[in-house]
Design a protein around this ligand. Structure first.
Ligand code: ZN
Length: 300
């Protein structure tokens, strides 16, 4: 037994040393980078505490859970409501709790501290505005899939977005029995049809002038840094939409010989053989890893 204990302890110790080596390597890569491209998916916000299920959902949506049998905010987002009054009663709360009720979270702050002195850019599929709330520069963020804080025409009849904070808050205050008053149902000012949250759910997603500007900035960032020490820093990107962040990051790392790929994701963290020598993948909680990376005492 004693021998087994000793062996296990040794294994743990070796694992710790291995983990430390990996984390120090990430620090070194980031420190020496000319540019850092953050690619962020849902796992980053989940790690930051913005979970779509569990207590956070049950505490804030009990009336909707009772009425519709909803199980989490993700699937509830696809619920086929019969009326606009019911739809916006739900969606105002969904938007509020994910966009207006939360300030900057610790995990995003840690990420910001890691890159704020660097030449960075953010490509994200998250729609919760966390990067902006944390202090990342607007000019350096491309949120490809929309923003909870914006409404658009449901049919995309014109390319304009509308800030929704005031109306969302009013919908929450004035809703009763999971319905908002008809007078608060948002109407498209151009075609008179329904409005929708600016989320890429179908082909009617509106990409306004700012979206195209951000897309251009993303292209320029890649162009300017493709021959430099560019680090692709992928956080919490799953396999829902790998074509936006994950696959391009792999391909560009492969094509550009000075590039390096870092992936942190709980459950799915790996890189193809072609780039394995210029990759570090950590299967773990992003918040915990960022906390260790931010801890100056560990810098060697
Ligand atoms: Zn319209």
């Amino acid at each position: 037994m004693k021998l087994l204990d000793a062996l296990n302890k040794r294994k743990e110790h070796n694992q710790e040393l291995e983990d430390e080596k990996v984390l120090n390597k990430i620090k070194e890569v980031i420190k020496n980078a000319d540019a850092i491209l953050i690619g962020a998916g849902a796992g980053l916000s989940t790690s930051a505490g913005l979970s779509y299920s569990g207590k956070r959902f049950e505490d804030n949506f009990s009336d909707f859970i009772d009425k519709y049998g909803m199980e989490d905010m993700y699937s509830a987002g696809f619920y086929p409501f019969n009326t606009q009054e019911e739809k916006w009663a739900y969606w105002s709360k969904h938007i509020f709790y994910n966009r207006y009720d939360v300030g900057a979270t610790e995990v995003y702050r840690q990420l910001y501290q890691l890159v704020e002195e660097k030449n960075y850019f953010v490509l994200t599929t998250n729609v919760d505005h966390q990067f902006e709330l944390t202090g990342f520069e607007n000019e350096r963020i491309f949120a490809t899939q929309g923003d909870y804080g914006m409404f658009q025409c449901a049919k995309g009849c014109h390319n304009k977005l509308y800030e929704n904070e005031n109306v969302v808050k009013e919908m929450i205050v004035k809703q009763k029995d999971c319905k908002i008053p008809t007078s608060l149902v948002p109407i498209c000012p151009v075609c008179g049809g329904h409005m929708e949250v600016n989320l890429r759910i179908d082909g009617d997603f509106v990409q306004d002038e700012n979206w195209y500007k951000a897309a251009d900035k993303y292209s320029s960032f890649l162009e300017e840094n493709q021959n430099k020490k560019l680090v692709f820093f992928e956080l919490g990107v799953g396999m829902n939409t790998p074509g936006i962040i994950k696959y391009p990051f792999w391909q560009m790392t492969n094509q550009w010989s000075n590039a390096f790929y870092i992936c942190i994701n709980k459950g799915e963290a790996w890189a193809p053989d072609e780039i394995r020598e210029r990759s570090i993948c950590i299967d773990g909680d992003i918040g915990q890893v960022l906390e260790v990376l931010g801890n100056e005492e560990r810098v060697q």
